[in-house]
Design a binder for this molecule. Sequence first.
Ligand code: COA
Length: 332
Amino acid sequence: MKKAVITAVGHYVPDNIITNKYFEERMDTTDEWITTRTGIRERRYAPDDMATSDMGVRAIEDCLKMRGIDKDEIDFIICATVTPDHVFPATACLIQHKLGMKHPKIWGFDISAACSGFIFALETARRLIESGGSKKAIVVGADKMTAIVDPLDRATCIIFGDGAGAVLLEASDDDTVGIIDSVLHVDGSGLPHLHMKAGGSVMPASHETVDQRLHYAYQEGQHVFKAAVKSMADATSDVMQRNNLTGNDVAWLVPHQANLRIIEATANRMELDIDRVMINIQRYGNTTAGTIPICLSEWQKEGKIKYGDNMIVAAFGGGFTYGAMFLKWGIK
Ligand code: COA
């Protein structure tokens, strides 16, 4: 069986930096409250005329440049997002078209697993590659959270930002690197605590839903916080036990960037020093499906990751969805 190996990474974040001061000037909050509760100091906001697919396209271009291959070598694209350009068609289709990728060779689809979207998409792409049906896949996590976050909700708007990251996943005969294992879960009982109330088939858009601000992300912060801490730590510990790993064996924990305190709790449970945890939440906030590939791309570009490094990638998000993945880094 072929191995599925990440062979290139890329990312894109918009230029517009929104500091905590921006919120201090607009609502009853402080830089100190935001920093101590979340670890976030700034995030990026995409311009009005930039959609999720546009950020995804830029991240993929950055990724393909690293590997130096032509876009037409790609067999399929999986786009993880909860802020698709449209309810339908899939954002993967729009990315394919905007990149000018060869039709009819390429196929693809979107995955909706909120903040776990990137690892759900990566696991799906891994299985498709391991099956031997495809050789090269793009997995892109992209979210324009400013499209669905209520700018008047001080407990939510301070957390989220816009951004995208992408990886190239390739079939390889080298079985010393690549994606080794994953544990993924869904728990739909999480619905009441994190969701968007209107705009779906349960409550189609109407004047009333707009007037009542029901097209924004609704979040019960404390409940989500507790569920995230437990779920990310449990999934991480499961995948480590299954693969006989201790904290000493792990070069990097790559956690979804939701809240610095959630990240620290996960690292503690793994008995991992914080300097072996990828953390950039202070600069970008929570970009949902974008957080993990943006981290991977930044760390790779800064030369901090070595070929063969053991990594645990962990996420938690709306659904609830959560999981962890064990991989060995395959970029030289
Ligand atoms: N500035 C100042 N005060 C704020 C505030 C803000 N930006 N946002 C909320 N508050 C207030 C609340 O109104 C509340 O006031 P009250 O006690 O008078 O009612 C108080 O702060 C405490 O609120 P609480 O919700 O208990 O705060 P918290 O410590 O749980 O922090 C979150 C709130 C949202 C930062 C935190 O719960 C969190 O990060 N949750 C996880 C969210 C997440 O990860 N979502 C994505 C899932 S992947």
